[in-house]
Structure formats: C-alpha cells, structure tokens
Write a protein that binds this ligand. Structure first.
Ligand SMILES: *Cc1c(COP(=O)(O)O)cnc(C)c1O
Length: 384
C-alpha cells in the first residue's frame, strides 16, 4: 500500500482537494473570501448586491426583456420543486421527458403535489424520442406543460432542448426546463427554446457555493401563477411579488451565499460569460476524455451526446480494480471524483466543471495513472 506524501498531494488555492464533481464544486478563493462578513437581511448594501445578482442572471439566457429571476433559498431541487408546483396549476398535466435521476425526481415532486404527470422515459444514454413526444402531445390534449432536463447529470447526456421546446411551442404547451448543471456553460436562449421557466442554482456552472436556487420565469407566465403553489416557502409568485414590492426576501436569505454568488457572477462575466466558461469546460472535457481513453477507460456516451459537464466512465472489468480504493487513492492525491448513479451500467463519474483548468485535469489524469499502478495495472484494460 503506497502512502502518499503531502508534497505529492495537489490542492486548491485554499489547500482543499479539487472537486471533480458536478456541484458543489471547486470555487475560487475570492468567491469564498466574499463570505467573511456579516450583513443584516434588510441591509441596503446586501439588498443592492442581491438585486444585481437577480438582474445579471436572465441576460445569461438572453432573456433580460422577457424573464425575471425568482430566487429560492435552498439547493437546486428547491428551485425545481418551486417551478413545477408554482407554474403547473391544479388542473394541469405535465409530460416529463426522463432519462435519469433528475427526471425521476421531477415526477416525485409532481406526485407529492398531486399534479398529473405522464412520463416519456428513455435509457440513461438515450435522448428522448422526439417523434414519440410529438405523438403524445397530439394524442393527449390534456397535457399543459412539458418538462425536460438540459444536461442530465446522472450520465452527463445533453438533451435536445431546442427541439423539445419547439415541439412544446408548436402544440401550445408551456415548456419548463431544469438547466441546473448546464446553465452558464452551455448556450441557452430562453426565447429561442420557448422556455417559460428555467431552473438553476448557485453551485454549478456559475461556480458559487451551495444555498440558492433560482428560476428564470417569463413575466407573463409568472403573473398568471397566483394561487397555484402547494407550499408557502416555494411559492414563486408570492416570492416575486415580495421583490416587486419591497426588494426583499420573505424569509431569511442565505446572505453569504448570495454575496459569494455575486462575486462568482463577476468572475463569470470576466471570463467572457457563457462562451468563455463553456469554452474552458469543453477543453477540460476533451482533455479528460482523451486522457482517460488513453488509459483504457471507456466513456458511456458517444462524443455527440456528451455535455462538457460531467463524464461517465464504465467501471473496468479487471478484478484488480476496486472502485473504493481507486476513489481513496485519487482523494489522497487531491482529487475527488463521483460515484456512478446509472442503472444501465456499473460506472463512475468525473466532472469537468468548477474552478479548474488544464493543470488540474492533467493532474487528475496523472493521479489516475498512479492509482492504476497501485493495482498493478498499466491501463484499465477493458475486457468489455
Ligand atoms: C444538481 C442538479 C439538481 C439539483 O440538485 P440539488 O442536490 O438539489 O442541488 C437538479 N437537476 C440537475 C440536472 C442537477 O444536476
């Protein structure tokens, strides 16, 4: 058993292991340092910072003229639940396009809220069947909304949101999008994809810390959502009215998270916004996939379906390869990866997002090579 000396351990600017995970992820030192202050929730300076955060977000989806940001205290799922339960009325029905855990989670949300939902499910490595989606929309006039996940983080698959949105619009349905792990990294024009609402959070591709979800909502759609909500805290319409009237949250906001998110947005804009951020992640992803392939690992997805967010790799079949030891060995070297979440294949995942670039991906690949050597393997020697 090799003992890793501290000098060989890679570390972030704050001495922490690099998180090659889909959020929470590695943030910059300046984002973390933005949090070392106290503000009251009615503090004018905090409210100004919050207002800037809310104003900056719709522009990322080219939606400043049509959509408003409604923030939701909590993780990303709070924003998805707020979106579904506030915008789908009691007599609505949602067609859910599911190819992973986050699509299934949306179904649970609707079941608990007693909203009717119909699932079109494909395998985790397969995009929705658009011809079948259209057939369902034609056959089922009771459907009022279509829900899709932009990048299904379960596998890392990129779903065809523009085509899905176009189908929803063609058949007069409201399109609701979970863009959690894609927002800010992948190109997204809310109006071009006909999205009435887009849910995302502070701790993914904008590279903030966890604690704030948000929904970009079409103003006219939100205005008609009064009374739909099934809970007090996740009522987007009520939260929006509070901001219109007072500029304040109804309940205690995660102040330090929001101030850090403001700093993360400043750094996002300095990097060139979505094209800059997405460009760095795409380079990370290419380096990672090429490097892992060279070591004998096999990605789940073909390159055309792979979003540059997180990559799923098949578990090597070699009995010498023990995932928990592989994970621990990488962690000892300063890199945290992510277990698999697939039902279709035994797998693990490595993220491309966060405050990481070429040096960190190359470091992670070197760590993978060393971990394999500990198993007496020179490559992942896929038997499959
Ligand atoms: C991260 C994520 C969410 C939200 O998950 P939380 O654990 O609540 O932050 C929702 N959808 C997708 C696609 C995600 O990647």
């Amino acid at each position: 058993m090799t003992v890793t000396s501290p000098s060989r351990r890679a570390a972030s600017e704050t001495g922490d292991p690099f998180l090659l995970t889909p959020g929470p992820l590695t943030t910059s030192r300046s984002v973390k340092e933005a949090m070392v202050h106290d503000w009251g929730s009615r503090d004018a300076e905090f409210l100004r910072i919050n207002r800037e955060v809310l104003e900056r977000l719709p522009a990322i989806a080219n939606a400043a003229a049509t959509h408003v940001t409604v923030p939701v205290q909590g993780s990303g799922t709070f924003a998805v639940e707020a979106m579904l339960t506030s915008l789908v009325p009691p007599d609505g029905e949602v067609l859910l396009l599911v190819n992973g855990a986050y699509g299934h989670r949306a179904k649970r949300i609707l079941d608990i809220a007693r909203r009717r939902a119909l699932v079109h499910e494909t395998a985790e490595d397969t995009p929705p069947d658009l011809a079948e989606v259209e057939r369902i929309l034609v056959a089922m006039p009771s459907i009022t909304h279509v829900f899709a996940v932009h990048c299904e983080t379960t596998s890392g698959i990129l779903n065809p949101v523009a085509q899905i949105g176009a189908l929803a619009a063609k058949h007069g349905k409201s399109f609701l999008l979970d863009s959690m792990s894609a927002f800010g990294a992948l190109p997204l024009d809310a109006n071009a994809v006909h999205a009435d609402a887009i849910a995302a959070s502070s701790n993914k591709c904008i590279e903030g810390v966890p604690g704030l979800g948000f929904v970009l909502c079409r103003r006219d759609v939100l205005a008609k959502a009064k009374g739909n909500a099934t809970t007090l805290v996740l009522d987007l319409h009520d939260q929006w009215l509070a901001f219109e009237k007072t500029g304040q949250y109804r309940f205690t906001p995660p102040i330090q998270v929001i101030v850090a998110f403001h700093q993360a947005l400043t750094e996002f804009l300095a990097e060139g916004g979505q094209p800059g951020r997405g460009g760095r992640y795409t380079a990370n992803c290419r380096l990672l996939v090429d490097g892992m392939r060279a070591l004998g690992f096999r990605p789940l997805l073909p390159d055309a379906l792979q979003a540059p967010i997180i990559v799923t790799f098949h578990m090597p079949k070699d009995p010498r390869f023990v995932f928990q030891r592989f994970y621990d060995s990488l962690k000892d070297r300063g890199y945290v990866i992510y277990p698999g979440k697939l039902t279709v294949a035994d797998s693990f995942r490595i993220g491309c997002i966060g405050h990481l670039g070429r040096a960190e991906i190359e470091g992670a690949l070197a760590a993978v090579r060393e971990a394999l050597a500990e198993f007496g393997m020179t490559d992942a020697a896929m038997a499959a």
